[in-house]
Design a binder for this molecule. Structure first.
Ligand SMILES: C[S@@+](CC[C@H](N)C(=O)[O-])C[C@H]1O[C@@H](n2cnc3c(N)ncnc32)[C@H](O)[C@@H]1O
Length: 230
């Protein structure tokens, strides 16, 4: 009885905060997340506090702990964006690699994850290898162990994903490197920020990128920026 009352109260709170549709979407996303690791044999669900990790680089104090993207929300976002064939996708702060695995369902030529905690990068590599046994993808998937602020763009990345990985100071360094890359290798990029509250102010000031779209599924919110001409 107590359990049923608690569940009912949680449901009522969720409907108040997210509406009926948002509550349904959150429930569907939760179920997909629970199934994801079971289906693919990966381990992406468990969050990891940064305190528990050794980290490469100077930016540990500016990092956000590992929690995974809702895989259903990511797929809905990709259905909305329809990535073209042959693009290059980067997830800054890729953690255990759930987004890299999910991105393999789309026609990217290369998928790159950057993660500054070696322990997470190792789990990520294992997850990607295990995932590839059950899902065929032509994409090359690369996991780079290092600080996002020090990532040197190859010059062909055109879809950049960030799920609230770090504070604005690190984002500013990433944007500086992206600007240099765009000057050297002009191309149109989409930069997607999931859970965007912390990074939206620094992106609002950016000289090259402007917000062109936003998308939400359940409680997952995505802001989409681009340097595409208006
Ligand atoms: C919220 S999790 C996102 C995980 C993954 N992108 C996803 O969406 O499932 C943030 C991740 O960013 C990593 N991170 C934080 N600061 C970083 C930095 N400066 N360079 C690289 N990775 C960083 C954390 O270790 C953590 O794994």
């Amino acid at each position: 009885m107590k359990f049923a009352l608690k569940a009912l109260a949680r449901y009522a709170n969720s409907v108040r905060a997210n509406g009926l549709r948002g509550t349904f979407e959150n429930a569907a996303a939760l179920i997909d997340d629970l199934r994801f690791d079971r289906i693919h044999g990966t381990e992406t669900a468990q969050g990891v506090p940064l305190d528990a990790l050794v980290v490469r680089g100077r930016n540990k104090h500016l990092g956000v702990e590992y929690t995974p993207t809702r895989v259903r929300a990511f797929h809905k976002l990709m259905a909305h964006l329809k990535p073209p064939v042959g693009g290059v996708f980067v997830d800054f702060g890729c953690g255990k690699g759930r987004v890299l695995c999910a991105a393999a369902a789309y026609p990217f030529r290369r998928i790159v994850g950057v993660e500054f905690a070696p322990e997470l990068a190792a789990i990520c590599r294992t997850n990607v290898a295990v995932y590839r046994r059950s899902v065929k993808s032509g994409a090359e998937i690369v996991v780079i162990e290092g600080d996002a602020a020090e990532y040197r763009f190859a010059g062909d990345e055109d879809m950049i994903f960030l799920f609230n990985p770090f504070l604005p100071a690190v984002m500013a360094a990433v944007l500086g490197n992206l600007h240099r890359s765009l000057r050297a290798h002009h191309r149109v990029v989409l930069l997607i920020v999931s859970n965007p509250d912390a990074l939206a102010p620094v992106l609002a000031e950016d000289a090259l990128l402007r917000k062109i779209d936003e998308y939400a599924y359940g409680s997952s919110r995505f802001f989409i920026y681009s340097n595409a001409p208006t």
